[in-house]
Design a protein around this ligand. Structure first.
Ligand code: NAD
Length: 273
């Protein structure tokens, strides 16, 4: 188990447990099993459904915590809300993909008070976080906006009534489905707007982030436009990610962002930090 500011053991190895063996977690485990990060070993999977062919033992969270130096959450906001503080209190680092969970002040407060494990966020589907974070450190940003366009069917939510969900699924033109803050976005679209929360976390002000979500039937690639302004400068990034074939709500690049985060944590940086 990790106690210091590194997940690496004396022999240079690091042990990873994954919560959620779906599109992201499954790909992370596969890549680690293939030796993508030498010495970084997947040792456990925690999932609330049986996962066939995971390639690592499926265990409960308590067992995973005894085996791992770092836990990678790839399961959803509810898991962060329920388990993050306990994982950190156990002395294990936690790398989070469901960053939107931290938009709930109660969750953010609980993880801030927990430890000695460290809470770490992966960049996920986002980019440009390095300079946004640096710019916000130079001087607080005055405007941050995220505009996301996804395939309509991926944006249907359990709280939508039948006709609204059918209209969204059947739209033949782009429609705006949400405008508002990152906190509300994370609550209403918990599996779709982690990027807005990640940007908010990077700039140190979740409440600054204005979110616009479009359902676009032509969005074969998920599009994100990230804009920011402040005394440090003006920033604009456009990202177009291929959806994961396993889960079209998720961009296919996200497992590779997780692997990049694990590489940095394990002291195997790509050279770009
Ligand atoms: N940061 C980002 O850019 C980004 C991008 C996409 C998705 N995400 C987050 O990653 C999460 C996972 O995405 P995915 O595409 O792999 O989803 P997925 O649906 O393919 O897989 C999720 C897995 O988690 C498991 N799971 C769900 N609830 C659980 C619980 N309480 N305990 C244990 N296991 C549980 C499911 O059984 C499933 O195997 C999403 O819910 C989203 O919050 C983040």
């Amino acid at each position: 188990m990790s106690r210091a500011a590194s997940i690496v053991r004396r022999d240079g190895s690091a042990r990873v447990a994954v919560i959620g063996g779906g599109a992201i977690g499954g790909a992370v485990i596969s890549a680690l099993r293939e030796g993508r990060l030498p010495g970084v070993e997947p040792v456990a999977l925690v999932d609330d459904r049986p996962v066939q062919g995971a390639g690592v033992p499926q265990v409960d969270l308590a067992t995973a915590l005894d085996r791992a130096d770092v836990v990678v959450e790839c399961a959803g906001q509810a898991v962060v809300a329920q388990s993050a503080a306990g994982i950190l209190d156990h002395g294990v680092d936690l790398l989070v993909t469901s960053v939107g969970a931290l938009c709930d002040p109660a969750v953010a407060d609980a993880v801030a008070a927990a430890g000695p494990g460290r809470l770490l966020l992966t960049s996920g589907a986002a980019g440009g976080l390095d300079i946004l974070s640096a710019a916000a450190a130079q001087a607080p940003l005055t405007r941050v906006a995220v505009t996301t366009a996804k395939l309509p069917a991926t944006l249907v939510q359990p709280w939508m009534d039948g006709p609204a969900a059918a209209r969204l699924r059947g739209t033949d033109r782009p429609v705006e489905v949400f405008t508002g803050g990152a906190r509300e976005a994370a609550r209403l679209f918990p599996r779709s707007l982690n990027l807005a929360a990640t940007v908010g976390w990077a700039v140190g002000d979740l409440d600054l982030v204005e979110v616009r979500l479009m359902a676009d039937p032509s969005a074969a690639l998920t599009r994100h436009l990230i804009e920011a302004e402040g005394p440090s400068g003006a920033y604009r990034f456009e990202i177009q990610n291929l959806p994961s074939p396993e889960n079209p709500r998720t961009s296919g690049v996200v497992p590779y962002a997780v692997l990049r985060s694990l590489a940095a944590l394990a002291g195997r940086p790509s050279g770009v930090i």
